[in-house]
Design a protein around this ligand. Sequence first.
Ligand SMILES: [Zn+2]
Length: 272
Amino acid sequence: MLLAVEELWPESLAEDWDRVGLVTGRPDAHVDRIMFAVDPTLEVIDEALEWGATLLITHHPLLLKGVNSVAATSGKGRAVHRLIEGGCALLSVHTNGDSAVGGVSDVLADALELTDAVPLTSAAHGLVEEGIGRVGMLPGVEKLGDLAARIFLKLPAVAGGVRVAGDREALVRKVAVCGGAGDGLFDAVRASDADVYVTADLRHHPASEAREASSDGRPYLIDLSHFASEWLWLPVAARALGNVLMDQGFAAEVLVSQTNTDPWDFILTPGN
Ligand SMILES: [Zn+2]
């Protein structure tokens, strides 16, 4: 099982600050039901245990920062307890899953039908086709508003919807994407000469400064829900792992979590 994960999403592709791989569980434990989710929240863990999962693979790490205790007095401690008591291992595939071919940004690029997509930044220890973010071309020019609507329809429904900076009618062709929080990649996006940047979790200052720095409004910005932008990867990842395991002669069921772990529940807008 761990070999199959390593084949698809090598740990060497993870960023230095990241913590990926097995979080709880015995490396030699028998795994027959694997659930994929974005976040290892308690609700997701309960869903995994109810289904009888013996492994939960999440995009986000449960324990990214150092901890001194996993007592069941904190949310993370309760998560560790529920997993171990429920006989379910936890493994995270984070920036190694972003960077890999078929990773989070590749899936986002495919969802937008981008062609000739290449990484926005190359992986430190990877192939040329590996790295964070992707930039590629739409099949033809498209209005910014239409592109945003197309993405909106592909994503799971979340309260925050999709936010756009730019003229609805503006025509775009070259698209940069980065699933998850992508406001650290603005230099690479500008260098790529993309017409529009599709990412998530854009904060006020990086977004505002990028708009101010532009002479023609480009790159326009399409800001998705962090959860939704990464959720798209789950069915693809689950299928890929199922196939590799089958090739290796292991029979394991894979399933994508149905829990929406976007933290927001409703939004107020002036309407438009
Ligand atoms: Zn993320």
